[in-house]
Design a protein around this ligand. Sequence first.
Ligand code: PLP
Length: 405
Amino acid sequence: MDWHRLREDFPILHQEVNGHPLIYLDSAASSQKPRCVIDAITRYYERDNANVHRALHALSMRATDAFEAARRTVARFISAVTENEIIFTRGTTESVNLVAYAWCGAHLKPGDVILTTGMEHHSDLVPWQFAARSTGATLKHIPVLDDGSLDQEAFERLLTPQVKLLALVHISNSLGTINPVREMCAKARAVGAISFVDAAQSTGHIPVNVQEIGCDFLAFSGHKICAPTGIGVLYGRMAVLEKMPPWHGGGEMILNVTLDSCTYKAPPARFEAGTPDIAGAIGLASAIDYLEAIGVSHIEQHGLELTSHALEKLGCIEGLRILGPATGPRGSLVSFHCDFAHPHDIVEWANTHGIALRGGHHCTQPLMKRFKVPGSTRASFYLYNTPQEIDQLAEVLDSARKFFS
Ligand code: PLP
């Protein structure tokens, strides 16, 4: 794979920032978009734009076909049994909120437990707090060990028959830890709990197969995998979706409406009230086609190589402490704390050298508290990054050390 040539597909990368060629190392927050995705969205608005599912005119039929084809593309990408298990949402956050409202509202009662972990993004934590508050259920957390992994012994102890839902992140956006989701979902199932996997950082980076993972729900965001913002996915196992009431009411999710009541369509329409993000879904399908043409396993391998290169290079910088697993595979990001400067100073310093990093709590405040740091600096990689960019990052971080020390 010629990763350097592939950069040509991303128009945004060919610019200077502060007099330096842009080095974009913030893909865990949002990825860049290849030309084919930008073109697919433009083409849709130039040729096919109309509302879906509603009219029999040519444009609406074309828009509907493309929208429903996108659903099939997503289903194939994550190996869902049927495209009816794919619900389009605005992103991971909305997917979690949907389940926290609709599934928890219908199934939880006081005494029940929602089990999550100490390394969740706020998106996979706050909605469960809401659900616990409104249903009377209790929220419990699997602790994080010093090496950035989950305490599996504590998990076994916490996994009582009272647990009705296990919600956990596949790859931590702050640490890079890859959690053993398959084993953990199987254990949850054994006590009768359903499982929710936050795959915002894994989808499009490593192969994600919902049947192999054995989860009941899985969520990801389009914008993190080369697709536009505003579109995301909630996968739900059909047997679970069928027993879940809707959350938003409105057009398209109903069968029959009277002035006093209504009946609902089957999933996924039941969970997609109103006009969806049609262009977003088409952009998402184009992004998935693009990633599949490269091969997600190749992207995974590239991510592993970049990450181990970064661990080696950054590990040599005095006063820089890397958070998360020191050995073994990890997600394509490296999070670190510098003794010599606050994360925001590091990010600003890098920005003056054309490098885009992220600094702060990364929407994981409990995790930062756990590791006794105010925040961290994160460099995150995707298919368009190169080892040379990491070499430059290491040089700039070393210059920051000299400047701030
Ligand atoms: N979960 C994880 C692990 C994330 O990294 C993010 C975003 O950074 C989210 C959830 C939320 O994604 P979004 O803001 O696209 O809904």
